[in-house]
Design a protein around this ligand. Structure first.
Ligand code: FE2
Length: 170
């Protein structure tokens, strides 16, 4: 039940010392970012393995850098959820049901198509992270900082990757 209100069971601390406990809204925002990052990680590897064509070595290597960023960012978001009383759900079924990323094609994909497909998926991930950012920032600046770093890294990747298919502006 990925969108159920009870999905993110709050982990009540044993200590009576005051600590920040995230609202359901904050945890849902972080969860939505998490599933996109996990999906981007998976699609990036699929692309890394099956890309073919001109400039293969560079695109192949660049995809692994994107995978590394997505994996590390997902870990950071999931552990932030744990730190503020949430339960991240990174199960494959949850990711498949709730990610905003379009499915990636099976089989070999040309470098040109791969660049377009992965750039689009990075920007989809960024769009969601930006969409929830204000609400996250209102409640918890630390989580917002996490999103800021992730957005910056992903936008840099998208620029580097998509530039391969561009021509100079006139
Ligand atoms: Fe590899």
């Amino acid at each position: 039940m990925p969108n159920d209100q009870n999905q993110h069971i709050v982990d009540i601390p044993m200590s009576s010392t005051p600590r920040f406990i995230a609202s359901h809204t904050l945890l849902s925002s972080l969860q939505s970012v998490l599933v996109d990052l996990i999906e981007l990680n998976l699609q990036g590897k699929q692309a890394h393995w099956n890309v073919v064509g001109p400039n293969f070595p560079d695109v192949h290597r660049q995809l692994d850098l994107i995978v590394s960023t997505a994996r590390n960012a997902a870990d950071g978001v999931a552990e932030r959820m744990r730190a503020v009383g949430g339960i991240p759900d990174g199960l494959s079924s949850t990711v498949a049901e709730t990610t905003g990323l379009l499915a990636y094609p099976r089989g070999e994909v040309t470098t040109r198509q791969t660049i377009d497909l992965i750039s689009e998926r990075i920007y989809t991930s960024v769009a969601n992270a930006r969409a929830v950012h204000s609400a996250v920032d209102d409640e918890d600046r630390v989580s917002a900082d996490l999103l800021n770093g992730t957005i910056a890294q992903l936008e840099q990747h998208a620029w580097l990757l998509s530039s391969e298919n561009r021509s100079p502006s006139l």
